[in-house]
Design a protein around this ligand. Structure first.
Ligand code: NDP
Ligand code: 8X3
Length: 251
């Protein structure tokens, strides 16, 4: 019988790539995001390969997350792999100029969405003593940069939440991994710059960023290692990205 992966944010970027890679590796899929038409297109693409169930869902809606995960069709109800991928950055302004509304949206999606999805799926995993939660964190959760303020802080939450989950799950076979990518070419920058394609394009111009399939391969790998192995975290950057020096004000 096929194992079931539930992917949030499957309508684009890493999430869609995870769907394609996991389908190839023999997983059946529950694909969720807000844009139902994108999920339907992905379902049409993949359903010859593997069973796919789609769920239009906003991860910020605690009740909708709990209700829709509790009423998955029986053949998809036992989730073996939860990929908490839905997330976003909004804006790159310094903290004193940033929009509070953007900050709320990032906290609601990247922090609370991950909490809601995990809390809904985890009891079944523990009861079955089987399962894996893969969170998509970011290098921004460990390394500060100007304008990263709340986005980076939400990913620091994801990092520590992942570790604390594993602490709670000791004694079970349920695994937790935090994947921490650097710059990757998805719709991330288009969302961050609110539809400004030129600004978004500039992020990736003249360099070679990570591609969605690179992250999907890592998700598939951490899920495929022997059951005794828990990959706690994977930090990954393009070879064209590295850390900068500490900043000093000499004005
Ligand atoms: P994309 O913008 O391409 O994809 C983001 C996905 O998240 C979309 O499928 C979107 O679906 C979904 N999403 C956003 N808000 C919600 C919501 N409220 N409810 C449900 N789904 C939502 O970006 P990426 O693929 O790059 O982003 C995926 C994850 O990777 C994010 O958590 C991001 O922070 C993280 N990340 C990205 C990096 C990058 O450089 N690209 C690097 C490090 C981490 P829809 O709009 O249809 O709801
Ligand atoms: C996305 C990577 O560096 O834009 O999490 O924050 S970065």
């Amino acid at each position: 019988m096929k194992k079931t992966a539930l992917i949030t944010g499957a309508s684009s970027g890493f999430g869609a790539a995870c769907a394609r890679t996991l389908a190839e590796k023999g997983w059946q899929l529950v694909l969720t995001a807000r844009r139902a038409e994108r999920l339907a297109a992905l379902q049409r693409e993949l359903s010859a390969q593997t069973p796919v169930h789609t769920l239009a869902l906003d991860v910020r809606d605690a009740e909708a997350v709990a209700a829709s995960f509790a009423s998955l069709p029986p053949e998809f109800a036992e989730v073996d792999l939860l990929v908490n991928n839905a997330g976003l950055a909004l804006g790159l302004e310094p903290a004193h100029e940033a929009s509070l509304e953007d900050w709320d949206t990032m906290v609601d999606t990247n922090v609370k969405g991950v909490m809601y999805c995990t809390r809904a799926i985890l009891p079944g995993m523990v009861a079955r003593n089987r399962g894996h939660v893969v969170n998509i964190g970011s290098v921004a959760g460990s390394w500060p940069y100007p304008g990263g303020n709340v986005y980076g802080a939400t990913k620091a939450f994801v990092q520590q939440f992942s570790r604390n989950l594993r602490a709670d799950l000791l004694g079970t076979a349920v695994r937790v991994t935090n994947i921490e990518p650097g710059m990757a070419e998805t719709e991330f920058s288009k969302v961050r710059f609110k539809g400004d394609d030129e600004m978004a394009g500039r992020v990736y111009t003249g360099t070679e960023a990570l591609q969605p399939a690179d992250i999907a391969d890592i998700v598939a790998w951490v899920a495929s290692v022997p059951a005794r192995v828990n990959v706690n975290s994977v930090e990954v950057m393009s070879v064209h990205q590295a850390w900068g020096p500490l900043a000093v004000d000499r004005s």
